[in-house]
Design a binder for this molecule. Structure first.
Ligand code: PAF
Length: 283
């Protein structure tokens, strides 16, 4: 695996590889890699001939500076995992490389409705930061295919919109959520869950699996309310939001026939950790 730390070296390397006919698969990450990330790498390896992974803890997407401080940095372990997974290139830029000045931190593009609801309402400015860094990374890496996890469902829709609005011509591949044996969706934040909080966190996926069953016999608003009440009755769980939405626009729906794609999106705070999970209800 070759490790590149500058934008210029990465661009030069990728241009040369593309000239030899290689197709580029790209997996952007913030490190603290787990089996979910490796599943993205594996899918990229099976579909493209050069796999590029980036590790960059992007400061512009943290609306809470404390969350940025607490973000786990495990670069040595990450590098080992990427080598073992057969990654070709690790792009590892510094903050100064990605954001050389204040102007480069500005996001002049308006994401519209999807940047006003759910995770966007809970973490103002978060998706502007995500869209900014993903646009920069895509301009540097120029992949044919971009691999991202369904775990961050709203982020996927933001990136889908970014690719469409800028006509980037990149295929976005949504990869399924990878779960721990007890159902907890894998996340770099899970290392911060200990003891009773780690046990309580399993209630999130259980509630979503039950909601998927309930939706066959109840309206979306009533299935959602009972799932929310069940979660909030747990002393260690604080639901930030639970919505059943049109899977593309993220507008809440009240009838399953309202949209061809429907998903339930959940965020909850457990032991001070902001956890996300979701489930596709249709198709
Ligand atoms: O999902 C993540 O890890 C980040 O939001 C991403 C897409 C790498 C952008 O910083």
């Amino acid at each position: 695996m070759i490790i590149l730390k500058t934008i210029a070296a990465t661009q030069q390397f990728i241009v040369a590889e593309k000239q030899t006919g290689k197709t580029i698969g790209f997996v952007p990450t913030m490190g603290a890699l787990h089996a979910g990330h490796i599943s993205l790498v594996q899918q990229a390896k099976s579909e493209t001939s050069l796999v590029v992974v980036s590790i960059f803890v992007n400061p512009t997407q943290f609306n809470d500076p404390k969350d940025l401080e607490k973000y786990p940095i495990t670069i040595e372990a990450d590098t080992e995992k990427l080598v073992a997974a057969g990654v070709n290139v690790l792009f590892l830029p510094s903050v100064a490389e990605m954001y050389p000045d204040e102007a480069s931190k500005q996001m002049p593009y308006d994401l519209g409705y999807i940047d006003t609801v759910l995770e966007a309402a809970a973490r103002p400015g978060h998706f502007k930061g995500v869209a900014l860094v993903v646009k920069k990374l895509l301009d540097i890496v120029t992949p044919n295919k971009l691999y991202m996890g369904q775990k961050d469902y709203q982020q996927l829709q933001v990136v889908r919109k970014l690719i469409a609005d800028f006509d980037l011509g990149i295929e976005l591949i949504s990869c399924p959520i990878i779960r721990e044996p007890d159902g907890l969706a894998m996340s770099s934040r899970n290392v911060r869950l200990t003891g009773e909080h780690r046990i309580a966190a399993t209630e999130l996926s259980k509630a979503l699996f039950k909601l998927k069953e309930d939706i066959a016999k109840q309206t979306p608003p009533s299935a959602k309310e009972s799932a929310k009440q069940h979660l909030n009755s747990h002393p260690l769980i604080d639901v930030v939001y639970l919505e059943i939405v049109n899977g593309h626009t993220l507008v809440p729906i009240s009838d399953v026939n309202e949209a061809p794609d429907i998903a339930a999106l959940l965020a909850a705070r457990v032991g001070g950790v902001h956890l996300l999970d979701n489930i596709i209800l249709k198709p």
